[in-house]
Design a protein around this ligand. Structure first.
Ligand code: FMN
Length: 538
């Protein structure tokens, strides 16, 4: 196949959009859907359409975010409104054909209202909408038009400028401005530069990046290619955790298609810009998501972090300037260039621009992936979108930012979401995990869980993290087993501060956060556990 031109992209878009059939059924086939039986539903739907000799195209899509309702099926039948059905397991397929397709009646007990006015989909714009394994589907929704626009009309300096105007900040945790990171890397002179997509996603409860990689892989590839052009890199890497086999498979397929279309490789869209992407797998160590450890891992060394500076932007992969960006960060890029930096900067709250995807899980009625403009309050996310606590319980707090974050009690839920606001509350935005806890949850147990995770995942290279984490865990075990003493709380605080100041990387520096935030808001729960000891002894 000849490499495509911009005109070819326009033609493909017109062709795909003009051929959309009036009768189709799409099934969410991402990890969450497959786990709920969506693959069986998919084959049952195909089989039923064939047996009944009905001209229905049964297609695959990614995760639409409504994970609690999987298997999710969208049905478009001539003369009927497009309807989304939840929990459509294979045993309900015959009924769907009898009642909806033949009987022209909506199955009201299974139909969902998926339109949520509080949500805004930039990152998840195509997830659940297109077949993630079809580059033509992606092109039909303006895919690769941003790359074409950039290569035709922007210098790398202008790319950096547009990104700075957009105000996009890294979604991998630290919230560093993406445009500035790109500019720093561009300005370093070197014969070779690299850009890496960080798809290691190790926070417990977080699966935003998996959703995007599985549901819209080309958007991340396009973002990575634009980033490569913007910093002067000719090689890019996906670093994806090996526990995400479907994400890896979909990225592999998408890369093959992008090469086939000439949207990767030499002289992309006739611009003279050449860019190659390879995949590397992370093998299950949380610390390998930290950028310096990630680089060591790609180089084939043990995934140990090293002190910064030098930052990867100056001295990264194989000693060359390297920019590392998170999956969600990159998925924003094509839209920023299609609609403009000022458009993006117009969405959000103060210094936090655009939207944020959260994996809303835990004791919440409607768990799933939600994407909201920055500035949406925590209450709107947990109650209006998430439906509040499951089983009629009371929401006590949420945990954001994973093992580096903290808990936020419900009395602070009117806070608008922003990097700064969450930090003021003693937590962080992190990568987007948001776990809801109800009245039955013990905050001391929550702190112990996260600290235990960090102790397990500590690489052991630096003493503050290796020893401090273990000591803290020892105190938490003592307290939860009813052996705690009042001075243990001071000891926990002291070790926390040492770890924050002296640890080598973000893992050790932030590991005490869940303990400190639970102590800040729920010290009474620690004291109650200690009081048990006093009662038992008397
Ligand atoms: C222990 C640890 C684990 C991390 N894991 C991830 C990860 O899985 N994905 C990610 O994007 N960033 C992770 N980060 C942050 C990265 O080091 C880096 O800041 C980020 O990938 C930069 O991308 P961004 O600027 O687009 O946010 C981790 C940091 C630490 C300290």
């Amino acid at each position: 196949m000849n490499p495509v031109t911009h005109e070819d992209l326009v033609k493909i878009k017109e062709e795909v959009n003009s051929k959309v059939s009036k009768n189709w059924i799409s099934v969410g086939l991402s990890t969450c859907g497959i786990a709920a039986g969506a693959q069986d539903t998919f084959f049952a739907l195909k089989n039923e359409a064939r047996l009944r000799k009905l001209p229905f195209e049964v297609r695959r899509s990614g995760c639409a975010g409504v994970c609690a309702q999987e298997p999710l099926v969208v049905v478009a039948a001539e003369g009927m409104p497009v309807v989304t059905y939840g929990k459509l397991t294979k045993d309900k397929v015959k009924r769907l054909f009898d009642e909806h397709i033949i009987g022209k009646k909506v199955l009201s007990d299974l139909a969902l209202n998926t339109h949520d006015p509080k949500q805004m989909r930039i990152v998840l714009r195509n997830c659940g909408e297109i077949d993630p394994e079809s580059i033509r589907d992606y092109v039909a929704r303006d895919g690769y038009f941003a790359l074409s626009k950039v290569l035709k009309g922007y210098t790398p300096e202008q790319v950096n400028e547009e990104m700075k105007v957009s105000g996009l900040r890294g979604r991998g945790g630290a919230g560093f401005p993406t445009g500035i990171k790109w500019e720093i890397t561009r300005k370093v002179e070197a014969d070779q530069k690299y850009i890496i997509c960080n798809g290691d996603e190790g926070d417990p409860g977080a699966y935003m990046d998996r959703g995007v990689l599985e549901g819209d892989p080309h958007s991340v590839i396009e973002g990575l290619a634009i980033g490569g052009y913007g910093i002067g890199a000719t090689r890019g890497f996906f670093y994806i955790r090996a526990e995400y086999p479907l994400a890896i498979e979909r990225i592999e397929k998408a890369l093959k298609q992008a090469y086939l279309y000439g949207l990767l490789g030499k002289n992309i869209l006739g611009s003279g810009f050449s860019f190659d992407i390879e995949i590397r797998l992370g093998a299950g160590a949380f610390v390998c998501g930290e950028e310096t450890a990630l680089i060591a891992s790609i180089e084939g060394r043990r995934g140990y972090p090293h002190p910064r500076p030098p930052y990867p932007s100056v001295k990264g992969l194989w000693g060359k300037p390297t920019c590392i960006n998170n999956v969600e960060t990159l998925a924003n890029i094509p839209v920023i260039f299609l609609k403009g930096g000022p458009w993006f900067a117009g969405i959000g709250h103060e210094k936090s621009k655009g939207t944020k995807v959260f994996a809303l899980t835990g004791k919440v009625e409607k768990s799933g992936l939600v994407e909201v403009p920055m500035g949406t309050t925590l209450r709107e996310i947990v109650f209006d979108i998430g439906g509040g606590a499951a089983k009629g319980k009371k929401v006590k707090a949420i945990q954001t930012g994973g093992p580096s974050g903290g808990v936020i009690p419900s009395e602070h839920f009117d806070t608008p979401v922003s990097y700064e606001n969450l930090q003021k509350l003693g937590s962080i935005m992190g990568s987007g995990g948001m776990i809801v806890m109800d009245e039955d949850d013990s905050m001391v147990d929550i702190a112990k869980f996260y600290l235990g995770f960090c102790v397990d995942e500590s690489c052991g290279k630096c003493a503050p993290c290796r020893i401090g984490g273990k000591q803290m865990l020892g105190y938490l075990e003592k307290i939860t087993e009813g052996r705690g003493e009042p001075e243990d709380l001071d000891k926990l605080r002291k070790i926390s501060h040492t770890m924050q100041k002296a640890s080598l990387c973000g893992l050790g520096q932030t590991a005490p956060n869940p303990v400190l935030s639970t102590l800040r808001y729920f010290e009474n729960e620690y004291k109650e556990k200690m009081a048990h000891k006093a009662v038992a002894a008397s």
